[in-house]
Design a protein around this ligand. Sequence first.
Ligand code: HEM
Length: 407
Amino acid sequence: MTTSDARLSLVRLLEPEVLADPYPFYRALRTEAPVHWDRYMHTWVVTRYADVIHVLHSFSAKRTPTPQQLSAMGLSALNPIATVMVKQMLFMDAPAHTRLRGLASAAFTPQRVKALRAHIQEISEQLLDRVQGRGSMDVIADFAAPMPAIVTAEMLGVPTEDHAQLKKWSADFAEMLGNFQHNPDRVPRVLESTNRLVEYFKNAIAQMRAEPREGLIHSFMTAEVNGDRLTEEEIVANCIVTMVGGQETTTNLIGNGLLTLLRNPDKLARLRDEPALLQSAVEELLRYESPSQHTGRIARQDVEMGGKLIRKGQAVMAIMAAGNRDPERFENPDELVLDRADNKHLAFGWSNHFCFGAPLARMEAQIAFGTILRRLPDLQLVRGSLTWRDNSGLRGLTALPVTFSRR
Ligand code: HEM
């Protein structure tokens, strides 16, 4: 094993200082070994913008082990998790993916997102009402975690009082998404939360049959394309992926985005003065501190990339957060430019699996930043060390303490 192998391994994302600022590490990979075989992770790693797009466009998304494969490896204890994951659209290829995504899209129209706008504004105001008189808050616990949790419950059509519980289960399930470290001690908790989530959504479906209530679950239940319907297992699995995908990442976009603005006070001040910039600012914050840093794929056939031969069946990690800082694609990529014009970033992925909830996430973030900046004057970061969650793929802070002037 050479030192360069160790220096360029994704395992380094677990080092606290790399986790705090992974961009110099990504730059080293992109410049020294843009298509890199990571011996420790047993996967190829691609970091250039164009290569990330190629992988997301052409490689297979079918990467999660089936219950049968896990049993063969003596890991049948994980079967309840695998049973759910194999039915989630995120881990499927066409035609199964096309069918599921088509049915899901029929259930999640842009009109529905628009209808949620007024409610998202209301939730944001209410959360800030609670802290306004205090002069301080933890942005994550007081705002960025509950806001998407309440919105997601509303979007699914389950009681919003359940949001805190759903958030906890989602956080456990998220360990299976975007994470690659082995935490065997946490497996029982992830299993328990997966079982509880499955049970919760089965009950919700039963209740919905008796008493239909508007929301994604009901739409999933009634969506029909050319006479095709989703099975109960498919509805449950895709409610879970939508809920987990919709919470962790949006929480992290609000947390990472606000931290970035607080670290660039002149830009924060500009955004406060020019709310018309919110739309492009959110795109730039998505590019600059991507909440979903990487994703995985499998090579469908032997293929050459960057002068390296990737063999059929080998795993490939596409690092969107590295592609988003590629100077071949973005001018001054390490600079935060709130009105960046040419900003087709990779934060929501690319091609067939492009984030299903992107319009909702964008709207939540625009409302969150707009409302926080309007209502909390003299926003300041509390000095001290920040702790990043130890999920290498879903990048986010455990807490973000700030102060502001009381009104
Ligand atoms: C800032 C917030 C968000 C970010 C950064 C984000 C990021 C992503 C990315 C990168 C992918 C593609 C993964 C891949 O190709 O392997 C994806 C897919 C997905 N996202 Fe999001 N997401 C966000 C918010 C949401 C929301 C709010 C929802 C639900 C309403 C959601 C639901 C999904 C689903 C269901 C998929 C799978 C789509 C498919 O496989 O066809 N996401 N997301």
